[in-house]
Design a protein around this ligand. Structure first.
Ligand SMILES: *Cc1c(COP(=O)(O)O)cnc(C)c1O
Length: 345
């Protein structure tokens, strides 16, 4: 067994054990775990300082998950855009391909809370998904997600990637993974040797807080970057975790230092059981305005709302345009109003 597999097995899954470790009441934890699973890797558990800190909030069950639990489980209507299990085909040229049902650690704010950790993905389903992609020439970009695709063993991952690469119209492959953050041991030399056979291959990882950028996570990202894999990051804007310009500026600066480019800052989806993490869109816009001008443009992600009903992701920006006519009046990052000719003679 490899080290990462051993670490995965040592993950904390028992609410009683979690309660004992941090000296908190086990009953609320148990109630939530009866519905949504718990798993925290040894690496991530070691980063939690005390109950209620930003890392605790991301992975420790909260009774508030039960408040809205009977509401919409699938606000992005992924099921409606799913021609077969595991495939979400919402944009013509791209498919989301859910190849794994599990994660190394379960994020309490997960947008796919209805599935992840509660369902299995069979090999037959994955093969049917590949057949769908092969028979759909419009698909140029395949986004492997789940669950966490890198929890598959190297051999299975290699097999799936090789089958996708054999499809002539598949131009790029993307993998969404949180393992550099939660299980950095998984990013082995051997994994990188497998991945780099299938370029152009992009990875988007998922750091939400600067404390998550540990030496181990930095090494994991360095190994991936050294294998020629462009690294992006998707951050979710989370109340009480990272909803301040200072925290996010530090996170994005540190990500650039480990060669990870901030890609999206996600406004929370309306998933049942996650209301307590939601911030106002206005506070997100204020944060974006504060970042512009204080942070390298490379470090500024696009702030997006994934529209309810599966209508797609839209970028939202602070209002830089004050008025529009023959002159366009723009607000500078310091707040000055500056006019620029709108018409070309
Ligand atoms: C987010 C998403 C994608 C990828 O969108 P990009 O903007 O290209 O990163 C593709 N399919 C689905 C269903 C998605 O939710």
């Amino acid at each position: 067994m490899e080290i990462w597999q051993k670490k995965l097995r040592e993950s904390l899954v028992d609410p009683e054990e979690l309660a004992a470790r941090f000296k908190v009441d086990a009953e609320p934890l148990k109630k939530v775990c009866a519905i949504y699973p718990l798993r925290i890797t040894p690496h991530y558990l070691d980063l939690i300082r005390e109950p209620g800190d930003p890392l605790w909030r991301q992975v420790v069950p909260d009774v508030r998950e039960l408040d809205s639990h009977d509401r919409d489980q699938d606000p992005l209507n992924e099921e409606g855009f799913s021609p077969l299990p595991g495939i979400v085909h919402r944009y013509g040229d791209r498919v989301l391909f859910l190849v794994a049902g599990h994660c190394a650690a379960y994020c309490r704010f997960c947008t796919r809370k209805r599935l992840v950790g509660r369902t299995r993905v069979s090999f037959a389903e994955v093969m049917a998904g590949i057949a769908y992609i092969a028979s759909t020439p419009a698909v140029r970009d395949v986004l492997l997600s789940g669950g966490d695709p890198l929890l598959m063993e190297d051999r299975l991952l290699q097999d799936i990637l090789a089958r996708l690469r054999r499809i002539p119209h598949v131009e790029i492959i993307r993998i969404g993974t949180r393992l550099p953050v939660t299980l950095p041991e998984r990013i082995t030399e051997n994994l990188c040797t497998v991945l780099k056979k299938f370029h152009p291959l992009f990875i988007n990882t998922h750091f939400n807080h600067p404390v998550e950028i540990t030496p181990e996570a930095a090494e994991a990202c360095a190994r991936l970057a050294d294998a020629g894999i462009p690294l992006g990051n998707q951050t979710v804007l989370l109340r009480g975790v990272n909803d301040s310009a200072e925290i996010l500026a530090e996170l994005f600066r540190k990500l650039l230092q480990i060669r990870v480019r901030p890609y999206y800052l996600h406004q929370m989806d309306l998933t049942a059981g996650t209301d307590h993490f939601r911030t106002s869109v206005d506070s997100g816009l204020e944060i974006m305005a504060a970042l512009r001008g204080t942070l390298s443009g490379l470090g500024i992600p696009t702030y997006v709302i994934d529209l309810p009903g599966g209508k797609g992701k839209v970028p939202i920006l602070p209002d830089y345009v004050q008025s529009k006519g023959t002159e366009i009046v723009l607000r500078s990052p310091c707040g000055d109003l500056v006019s620029y000719p709108n018409c070309v003679e």
